[in-house]
Design a protein around this ligand. Structure first.
Ligand SMILES: [Zn+2]
Ligand SMILES: [Zn+2]
Length: 181
């Protein structure tokens, strides 16, 4: 089983396109890794985190009326980002013990290759929402060499309501980023 990469220099590499003849091999690695950490509720893993900076990731999709399924994504694009971003906590297997408040869009129009999804349409374009959209943005960022610590704020586990907000606004946590949390 491949080791998870935690070196930020390696994680900040922008991934190269993945050629179709490599899809099955890379998919096998990503799925194998996610199955192996199933109990840890890992929502997704990007290839760069396994030491191979190619534009691919796997994540658990959670459709409204169907059971979750593991999806393989190669060469993703985000075509449209909709509505106001909202902040929520995210962790990352490559940054153990750190949680960040990260702003994400609640709806995306995306395109990618490699899917087994039977609802796949001709142009490989989908609209995804909420948690699926959040995970997709997290993993997509990995393919761009971007980490949650680059786009979110690190929130200490023991933060108190009256503590200074870690976003450095000078305001109290409860009146700033912690307000709706
Ligand atoms: Zn991550
Ligand atoms: Zn703040």
């Amino acid at each position: 089983m491949p080791q998870i990469i935690t070196n930020t220099n390696d994680l900040h590499i922008v991934s190269k396109p993945l050629p179709p003849e490599e899809f099955e091999r890379v998919k096998g690695q990503l799925f194998g890794f996610l199955w192996s950490v199933e109990g840890q509720h890992a929502a997704g893993i990007a290839s760069v985190q396994l030491g191979e900076p190619v534009s691919a990731f796997a994540f658990w999709r959670k459709p409204d009326n169907d059971p979750p399924f593991l999806e393989f994504v190669a060469n993703p694009e985000i075509l449209e980002r909709v509505d106001a971003q909202y902040k929520s906590y995210e962790g990352c297997m490559s940054i153990p013990g750190v949680r960040c408040l990260v702003p994400r869009y609640p709806q995306l129009t995306i395109r990618y290759e490699g899917s087994q999804d039977l609802s796949v349409c001709e142009d490989r374009t989908w609209v995804i929402y909420d948690e699926d959209a959040r995970v997709f943005q997290h993993e997509f960022d990995h393919t761009q060499g971007i980490l949650i610590t680059d786009v979110g704020i690190v929130v200490p586990k023991n933060i108190g309501r009256n503590d200074q907000c870690p976003c450095r606004s000078g305001r109290k946590w409860k009146k700033c980023c912690g307000r709706d949390i």
